[in-house]
Ligand binder design. Structure first.
Ligand SMILES: [Zn+2]
Length: 169
């Protein structure tokens, strides 16, 4: 077990040796996430566990948790949003291989053996962000009549959320 996160990692070797990486990263060190945050203080806790599954497939199970400071799109005030992401990835060397995976895995395309663990953590956080960040209606600082209208909107299922859920299964 290691608490340091290498920039680059030999994914196949990590799977063979069943490496587990745990630790925390500052949110401010994630360049794609950072512009989406109201405040980039704080960090993300991660656990990345590499292994071989029962069919000797190289796999990676990961968990990332973070409390993100977003801007509520209704009242424009700060909104604390918790992301609790889980990944189940199978390492593949080509897209054809990816298509043959069991449903429980998402493919992780690995070229030249190497992956950037930091990118995986950031991807998972980005995937966990809401389409439109908003407070719960009773915690939101916006006008009450406006709130009732927005609530009606919010009851309709968001087609993108449904898609994202489908993709993750
Ligand atoms: Zn709000």
């Amino acid at each position: 077990m290691s608490s340091t996160l290498p920039d680059l990692l030999d994914a196949w070797r990590a799977a063979d040796s069943r490496s587990v990486l745990t630790g925390r990263l500052p949110l401010s060190s994630l360049p794609r996430l950072r512009p989406l945050l109201l405040d980039s203080a704080g960090d993300v806790a991660f656990r990345l566990a590499f292994s071989r599954d029962e069919e000797q497939r190289a796999v990676l199970y990961g968990e990332v948790t973070a409390s993100l400071s977003l801007r509520c799109q209704r009242c424009l005030e700060a909104l604390d949003y918790r992301v609790d992401g889980k990944m189940a990835l199978a390492l593949v060397t080509g897209l054809d291989e990816g298509r043959l995976l069991p449903e429980k895995y998402d493919p992780l395309l690995v070229s030249e053996r190497l992956i950037r663990p930091r990118d995986l953590i950031e991807d998972e956080l980005l995937l966990g962000l809401p389409q439109i960040p908003m407070h719960d209606p009773d915690a939101c600082g916006t006008d009450i009549r406006q709130m009732a209208e927005d609530q009606d909107q919010a009851r309709k299922p968001n087609p993108f959320a449904v898609l994202a859920e489908f993709k993750r299964k």
